[in-house]
Write a protein that binds this ligand. Structure first.
Ligand SMILES: Cc1cc2nc3c(=O)[nH]c(=O)nc-3n(C[C@H](O)[C@H](O)[C@H](O)COP(=O)(O)OP(=O)(O)OC[C@H]3O[C@@H](n4cnc5c(N)ncnc54)[C@H](O)[C@@H]3O)c2cc1C
Length: 424
């Protein structure tokens, strides 16, 4: 017999980067939050590394941007090479705003920082080893069936990743598919001399991408001819040598992974009192590094929206519709960009690489488009990338009204903390 647990304002399913950030934002707004994850520990294998300026802005709400920057590597330049050699540079040095770089920080480190931050908020509880297997909705609450308990909450946020159990239980419609390309990746002790720059090599045999990591490491991602779950030892170093001429030592390889990029969109992003956030709502190619960043922007919207609904008593239905509408536009834009960038970089064969070199040299790296590349890849041109970029009427509902004096039934310990936006 399962014992019912105490009720929570919000239950978050999934303590990946999106669920953890959302728990922190809601904790800061005074919500009683339970966040559960079926895993006892977060995975050691790193996925996301690239953190864009809009995400650093969102993280600054929790005062975490400085910690992230202290542990990460700021990538200020991304150098692009083609079949004929060096083609041009995407520079982030002139980005508007306080963050003039893309930050490289492995996902397991950002998850650790986000998890540690939760201890600042007494209203937030993280429970690991709890798998959600069923969901029941009532007009005023949601009940989740966890491994050993029932969890009731006014709102449930599904941050349970691209295979989302909650999304499937609610029978929400999805569209999606695989992209026709495959990658093998590995982190290496870095002896390349490429410093803090990212390098992209688009060659006739396939793409190679290389990004600096903290602690003197570097990630190498190579396009493979087919799915290679068991890539032989030395595959990455041999492929890098063949396509770029750079020597990597197999002894320096620290881990290995592979992936076939997929895309997926869910519609709508909510059902009753369950709201989807992050990869549960949308999946995009990791080549482009935008999935987690897009999920963090969902989390910011959801935190403000729940504050407007619960603390300012605004009607839920129009805000939920707006969440679906605006976050879908943002995630589709990010998905499209990631797909186009990946398509351009992964064309193989002599003719395709000649054409690509010509296009990059004469169109993208020449003339007025060059200046737009930095903001484009830093996600500064994604529509509605943070709550600040929403249309004025919605921003007013979400932020200006939320910032008003609390209504009478607003308990004192729920007062929103103010936080300085860092300027450097
Ligand atoms: C190789 C690779 C590189 C990437 N690089 C980047 C990058 O540079 N930048 C970027 O922005 N994005 C990148 N991404 C995408 C990024 O990793 C994802 O978008 C991000 O992890 C999504 O976070 P999430 O919290 O939504 O889901 P997840 O990270 O998938 O977390 C979901 C959590 O839910 C838990 N869970 C699932 N089901 C249940 C259940 N029933 N009950 C309880 N818990 C459950 C899981 O255990 C998991 O901890 C990359 C992805 C890959 C594969």
């Amino acid at each position: 017999m399962m014992a019912p647990s105490t009720e929570h304002d919000v239950a978050i399913v999934g303590a990946g980067p999106v669920g953890l950030l959302l728990a922190g934002l809601l904790g800061q707004l005074g919500f009683r939050v339970l966040i559960v994850d079926k895993r006892l520990v977060s995975p050691a294998q790193s996925q996301a590394i690239g953190i864009t300026p809009p995400s650093l802005e969102i993280l600054s709400r929790l005062g975490l941007d400085a910690d992230f920057i202290r542990l990460g590597v700021p990538i200020r330049d991304c150098r692009v090479h083609g079949q004929r050699g060096y083609l041009g540079c995407v520079s982030f040095r002139d980005l508007p705003g306080p963050y003039r770089h893309i930050l490289s920080l492995p996902q397991q480190l950002n998850v650790r920082l986000l998890e540690e931050k939760l201890t600042d908020f007494p209203g937030v509880t993280l429970r690991r080893g709890v798998e959600i297997t069923a969901v029941e909705q009532a007009p005023d609450k949601v009940t989740l069936h966890g491994t050993d308990r029932l969890i009731t909450a006014k709102w449930v946020i599904a941050c349970d990743g691209h295979r989302s159990r909650l999304r499937n239980l609610l029978k929400l419609r999805t569209t999606g598919g695989d992209y026709p390309c495959h990658f093998v990746m590995g982190d290496f002790t870095d002896r390349s001399g490429l410093k803090e720059e990212a390098h992209l090599f688009f060659t006739a045999q396939g793409a190679v991408e290389s990004f600096p990591l903290p602690d003197g490491k570097r990630r190498w991602i190579v396009q493979s001819p087919g799915p290679l779950p068991d890539a032989p030892n030395g595959f990455i170093s041999r492929t890098v040598k063949q396509r770029t001429g750079l020597e990597l030592s197999d002894e320096d390889q620290l881990n290995r992974g592979h992936f076939t990029p997929r895309w997926m969109h869910c519609a709508p992003y909510h059902s009753g009192r369950v709201i989807l956030c992050g990869d549960a709502a949308h999946l995009m190619s990791p080549i482009g590094g935008q999935g987690m960043n897009t999920g963090w922007a969902d989390a910011e919207f959801v935190a403000e929206m729940l504050c407007a609904i619960e603390h300012q008593h605004q009607p839920a239905a129009p805000l939920l519709t707006a969440y679906h509408r605006y976050r879908r536009v943002a995630s589709r834009s990010a998905t499209r960009r990631a797909a186009i960038g990946m398509w351009l970089g992964t064309r193989t064969g002599f003719f395709s690489s000649w054409w690509r070199d010509f296009f990059l040299t004469n169109v993208l790296f020449k003339g007025p488009l060059t200046r737009r590349l930095g903001p484009h890849f830093a996600m500064l041109t994604i529509p509605y990338r943070t709550v600040k970029q929403l249309p004025v009427f919605l921003k007013f509902k979400l932020t200006a009204l939320n910032g008003r004096r609390p209504s009478p039934d607003f308990s004192p310990e729920r007062t929103r903390k103010t936080h300085a936006h860092p300027r450097r």
